[in-house]
Design a protein around this ligand. Structure first.
Ligand code: GDP
Ligand code: MG
Length: 362
């Protein structure tokens, strides 16, 4: 084979061409690129979810939850009344759609009539705020706040019995409470006394497993009072900080089932005269006026110590709390504005009312 006889200039020229071609080839297909994407992906996967999705504060959650009630009812009274867009009759209509009892509506209208004329929208919103606060504050004052805040220096077992009609959020609320108390370092025992439905016990088990709380469960159809007894006895003998008793939902009009609930309360009392420390009725805000009827019957049977007001995010009736507290003389202890654990918080009157009437974020 004859060898190629190239001059040095041609050889240099060819080498330069090869060099340029190689440069562009490497630039177009960089070797390090793929691992770089992979690294970013795994890094993002390693970030805890809450850092990717910005956490919203409780006041923002509450504001979102009460948005409908604020937009449709409480937040607009000032504007409507101040510039004369609506007559007192029209404001009365709006308040009735929000399920406010007649006597309270009339009292508020008379106050607006006497003190609201010539006032700015903000001044009227303030007037509404103070009207509601006066109604609720003396009762809200009775909350046993220290019972709800875990203090690990106090070696005490606290028993909460949770009651209410079907679907109001009893089991979910217990799950949220168990999670919150565990996060504070408390030892929590849950009693699954809704023995009518296996699914209800399983639902509670999922919450307890997630929260790291212990649970007492019996066979389907077991006597709910027996399960309550066993749970409270275990809670005291093993020194749990909190004992949360879930119960089956029932209609307040069903006397037999209401009697059964009284019996469940009594058996806990046999173990310790202080138990249950709290009997909490879960009320769904959507129920509006009918919630008052339910609350009256449960109160008669069980002498309620507090109300857990759930699903305030689901309707424009969150303001019905004022009528319930004023009539029943039982305070609201917790408020729920959604399905996640963070959506349940201890009820703070001023924050709730200011958010409801729209004074908080101005
Ligand atoms: N939107 C909303 N849903 C809630 C709230 N509390 C509970 N729920 C939902 O209400 C439904 C019924 O709750 P559950 O705890 O099973 O009711 P129970 O029958 O009283 O035990 C579930 O889907 C919950 O997620 C709340 O504050 N807001
Ligand atoms: Mg349930």
């Amino acid at each position: 084979m004859e060898t190629l006889n190239l001059s040095p200039q041609v050889l240099i020229f060819i080498l330069v061409i090869i060099g340029i071609a190689l440069f562009f080839f490497i630039k177009k297909k960089p070797v390090g690129k793929e691992p770089e994407i992979e690294d970013k992906k795994t890094a993002i996967e390693k970030i805890p979810l809450q850092e990717v999705i910005p956490k919203i504060s409780w006041s923002e959650r509450l504001s979102l939850g009460l948005e409908k009630s604020r937009m449709d009812v409480w937040g607009k009274i000032g504007n409507l009344f101040s510039n004369g867009t609506a007559s007192l009759d029209e404001i009365e209509e709006i308040l009735y759609t929000a399920d406010i009892p007649t006597a309270l509506v009339q009292e508020l209208l008379s106050k607006l009539d006497k003190q609201g004329k010539g006032k700015t929208p903000d001044e009227i919103q303030n007037l509404v705020f103070h009207f509601m606060k006066e109604k609720m504050e003396p009762i809200q004052h009775n909350i046993h706040k220290d019972v709800f805040l875990f203090d690990d220096t106090e070696k005490k077992t606290r028993v909460f019995m949770i009651v209410g009609v079907n679907g109001v959020g009893k089991t979910t609320t217990i799950g949220k409470l168990a999670t919150k108390l565990k996060e504070q370092g408390a030892r929590v025992l849950v009693g699954a006394c809704d023995t009518f439905r296996a699914a209800a016990v399983d639902q509670l088990q999922v919450w307890c497993d997630r929260a790291g709380a212990d649970m007492v469960r019996a066979k389907d159809g077991a006597d709910p009072s027996g399960v309550a007894y066993d749970t409270v006895a275990k809670a005291y003998s093993e020194g749990y900080d909190y004992c949360l008793i879930d119960t089956a939902g029932r209609l307040h009009t069903n006397q037999n089932l209401m009697d059964e609930l009284s019996k469940t309360k009594k058996v806990m009392n046999k173990i310790n005269p202080d138990a249950p420390h709290e009997v909490l009725l879960v009320l769904d805000a959507i129920t509006g006026q009918n919630a008052l009827k339910q609350a009256q019957e449960f109160n008669k049977a069980l002498q309620l110590t507090g109300i857990i007001f759930t699903k305030c995010d689901g309707s424009s009736k969150a303001g019905s709390a004022v009528g319930i507290v004023d009539n029943l003389k039982v305070p609201i202890t917790y408020i729920g504005v959604g399905e996640s654990v963070e959506d349940l918080q201890l009820f703070e009157l001023d924050l709730y009312l200011k958010t409801l009437v729209g004074l908080e974020f101005r």
